[in-house]
Each structure stands twice: as structure tokens, then as C-alpha cells.
Design a protein around this ligand. Structure first.
Ligand SMILES: *[C@@H]1O[C@H](CO)[C@@H](O)[C@H](O)[C@H]1NC(C)=O
Ligand SMILES: *[C@@H]1O[C@H](CO)[C@@H](O)[C@H](O)[C@H]1NC(C)=O
Ligand SMILES: *[C@@H]1O[C@H](CO)[C@@H](O)[C@H](O)[C@H]1NC(C)=O
Ligand SMILES: *[C@@H]1O[C@H](CO)[C@@H](O)[C@H](O)[C@H]1NC(C)=O
Ligand SMILES: *[C@@H]1O[C@H](CO)[C@@H](O)[C@H](O)[C@H]1NC(C)=O
Length: 361
């Protein structure tokens, strides 16, 4: 109940805030526009203006492993002075709340990409606007950060025709959605890694990640109802191990954070995995929750190599520790059902015992 009440309050704010977050509603006076409102230790960035914000971008390539800063605004960038290779695809990794670009699980994705071949990998750092315990401020700032990122996307498009793929973890998923919409043209692909739920559960589609935000949106759910959304958010949505609590996480200090962080961990492994993560289709997550998705259907692969023509909801199971991928399923469905019966009881216990856990990321 506590969670529900708290979400409701936040959602009320977000709905109001997002609806009125254009600069004209905040005021046209130049001393307010584009500045930061400090409430306690929380930074609410006013307006969508990116100028003088502390949102930064760092480029990594197979030759540039230390990372170098990309400086960009609406009219120019230093991309041509960096190691950015215009003939390669660009992967942009976006962290979430209470985090920064050094987040281990995102750097794990970067490492796997460089093992897989030649790419530009860019990490965005918006940690000054994502600080804990200021969750509502972080949610509010997503739009501005998305606007900053759109300038980078457009700068890349000025010099290169190669694909840009945005990968957002948690709140970063919604930053990706804003960025794609602010850009001159939507990006080809957005991957949502356990897109954040709190603050977005009842938000309109234009304020959160959904399938309209890129040509192809794939989503991995690992902590639905808690730190992640249970809602279908892309063209294809994978619910891993039931999508709520991940195996092996019950033994961890923070079962929710552990489950939430599995989304980028599974994604990283998917890049070079030989067996791969395979899932079977289910008509909806609710069908699954009420136990109707036991039968097998067509299999499809999750993660980096997802089939862009596939649509719908897929269920995936994994091992409880690395290597997580189990390959195509055969006789594993019976085990899956058993595992999930146990898990639903564990989830009920967590909800009863620790309803504030969501906020202790
Ligand atoms: C604020 O600026 C916008 C765009 O520059 C303009 O259309 C609008 O009329 C302005 N509003 C006020 C109250 O000055
Ligand atoms: C963008 O950055 C360049 C180089 O730093 C600067 O000369 C230019 O004035 C900036 N433009 C805007 C609109 O801020
Ligand atoms: C860019 O990448 C292409 C393809 O891997 C490679 O042939 C080329 O040498 C690279 N350019 C630079 C400047 O590194
Ligand atoms: C931006 O960075 C500067 C220098 O590190 C810092 O003084 C300032 O507080 C930061 N702004 C915000 C909104 O955190
Ligand atoms: C599996 O895929 C085939 C070919 O795409 C399709 O005809 C069939 O209906 C699918 N089966 C199920 C159970 O989804």
C-alpha cells in the first residue's frame, strides 16, 4: 500500500510537471530559463535548455579506451576532432537514477561490444541531475537530459550515416525516448533495460518509453512492479525469469537492486553469447501471471541480436549465475513453472515485509 500511495503522489506530480514543462510555462525571463532550482540537495533543472548544464558525453572506441569528452551544442561539436569513426555504428549507453557513467553493469556492455567488433560507444553522464535521494528531481530532469542527448544524435547525423542505437537502463530508458523524439529524426533502435516504473506508471506515452519512440524498441524486464515497469514498452518485450525477481538474487543483500541490474548484465552477455537467451511467446504479461503461458510457441532470441521483425511478449529463463544464457529451450518449461511458483511466494513476502525497499536502490 505504501508503494502504491507513494507512486500515486509521484505520478500526480509528474503528470502536472511534464504537462507544463515547456519553458513558456515556467516563465520567459532569462534569469530563470535554463537554470537549476535547488530544493534541499535536489537539483531540478528548469526548462529544456541544455546550455551550461552538466550533462557530458564520453567517447570510447577500439583505439580510444580511456575515453574522451565530446562537446556538443545545437550548432557545433568536436566530433571530427575525436576518435569518432564515421563509418561505424554508434552505441549510446544511458545510466539511470542515483548513478553515473561509471556504473559497472553499463561498462560491462561496453566491454562486450569491443570484444564483438569495431564500434563507437558513447556514455552519457547526467549524474548531477540523477542524484539520490532526489528521485522526483531525476524523473523531472529526464526530459532536459534527453534534449541534450538529441543534440549529440543530430551532430552524429551531420557527419555519419551509420546507425545510432540508444541503450537506457532504468530511468535512462525514458531519457532515450525523449532524446529520440527531440532529434531531427527518430533513432533506428532503442533498447530499454528494465525501464523505470516509479513516476512513469501512469504517465502518457509521450512521457515514457514506448514503441513509437524508435523504428524498433526492444525491452528487457527483470524487476517488474518494483524498480522496473510491468507494462509492455516496446515492439518486443522480454520478461526474464518471470520478470520480477531474478534467480540468485534472493541471496543478495538487496534483492530488488540485484534483479534490476540483471537487465544490463543479461544484455552484456547476449552480445557474445554462443547459446544465447531464447524466449517463447505469451499473449500478455497478465496472461503469464495468471498462469496461462505454459505452452511453448515460436522461440526468439533476446538482447543484442534480437530479430527486429518480431513483435509481442516473450518469456525467457536463465541460469542463476553467469553464464546466464541457456540457449533455445526444450524441456526447461516444467522447471520454469516450478521455479516461479516458489518465486511468487517470495515476492509476496517481500512486499509485505519491506514495502519501502523500492526507494533504497
Ligand atoms: C514566451 O516565449 C515564447 C517563445 O519565445 C512565446 O511564444 C511566448 O509568447 C512567450 N510568453 C510570454 C508570456 O511572454
Ligand atoms: C556552440 O559551441 C561553439 C564552440 O564552442 C560556440 O562557438 C557556439 O557559440 C556555440 N553555439 C551555441 C548556440 O551555443
Ligand atoms: C573506421 O573504421 C573502418 C572500419 O572498421 C576502418 O576501415 C577505418 O580505418 C576506421 N577509420 C579510422 C580513422 O580509424
Ligand atoms: C555542475 O558542475 C559544477 C562544477 O563541477 C558544480 O559546481 C555545479 O554544482 C554543478 N551543477 C549541478 C546542477 O550539479
Ligand atoms: C510460429 O511461426 C510461424 C511462422 O512465422 C507461424 O506461422 C506460426 O503461427 C507461429 N506459431 C505460433 C504458435 O506462434
Amino acid at each position: 500500500m505504501l508503494i502504491v500511495a507513494y507512486l500515486f503522489v509521484i505520478n500526480m506530480c509528474i503528470t502536472l510537471l511534464c504537462a507544463s514543462s515547456d519553458s513558456s510555462a515556467i516563465g520567459n525571463s532569462s534569469n530563470v530559463k535554463g537554470t537549476t532550482l535547488n530544493i534541499g540537495i535536489c537539483n531540478f533543472r528548469l526548462g529544456r535548455n541544455c546550455g551550461q548544464s552538466n550533462v557530458t558525453f564520453y567517447l570510447y572506441t577500439n583505439n580510444q579506451v580511456e575515453g574522451e569528452q565530446i562537446v556538443v551544442n545545437k550548432s557545433s561539436s568536436n566530433l571530427l576532432q575525436t576518435a569518432f569513426n564515421v563509418s561505424l555504428e554508434t552505441k549510446i549507453l544511458i545510466h539511470g537514477y542515483n548513478s553515473d557513467m561509471f556504473l559497472g553493469v553499463l561498462n560491462g556492455i561496453k566491454t562486450e561490444y569491443f570484444k564483438s567488433g569495431k564500434l563507437n560507444v558513447i556514455l552519457i553522464d547526467w549524474s548531477d541531475y540523477a542524484k539520490g535521494p532526489c528521485y522526483p528531481a531525476a524523473v523531472w530532469n529526464c526530459r532536459m537530459v534527453g534534449n541534450c542527448l538529441s543534440q549529440l544524435i543530430d551532430a552524429i547525423r551531420c557527419i555519419s550515416t551509420s546507425n545510432v542505437h540508444l541503450l537506457g537502463f532504468s530511468l535512462g530508458s525514458h531519457v532515450a525516448a525523449f532524446a529520440s523524439n527531440y532529434a531531427s529524426k527518430k533513432v533506428k533502435r532503442i533498447t530499454g533495460l528494465d525501464p523505470a516504473l516509479p513516476g512513469f506508471a501512469t504517465a502518457a506515452n509521450e512521457n515514457k518509453l514506448d514503441s513509437s519512440d524508435a523504428d524498433f524498441v526492444d525491452v528487457i524486464h527483470t524487476n517488474a512492479f518494483m524498480q522496473g515497469t510491468p507494462l509492455q514498452s516496446g515492439h518486443i518485450d522480454f520478461f526474464v525469469n518471470g520478470g520480477i525477481i531474478q534467480p540468485g538474487c534472493m541471496q543478495e543483500g538487496n534483492v530488488l537492486a540485484c534483479s534490476h541490474h540483471r537487465a544490463p548484465i543479461y544484455y552484456a552477455e547476449s552480445i557474445n553469447s554462443v547459446p544465447g537467451f531464447w524466449g517463447w511467446s505469451c499473449s500478455s504479461f497478465w496472461e503469464y501471471l495468471i498462469g496461462r503461458c505454459w505452452k511453448s510457441g515460436n522461440q526468439t532470441i533476446m538482447g543484442e541480436h534480437t530479430d527486429r521483425n518480431m513483435r509481442g511478449i516473450f518469456l525467457v529463463i536463465t541460469n542463476s549465475q553467469a553464464e546466464y544464457a541457456m540457449g533455445p529451450y526444450s524441456n526447461t518449461i516444467r522447471n520454469f513453472i516450478k521455479m516461479n511458483n516458489d518465486k511468487l511466494q517470495q515476492i509476496a513476502q517481500i512486499l509485505l515485509k519491506d514495502s519501502t525497499a523500492v526507494w533504497l536502490i
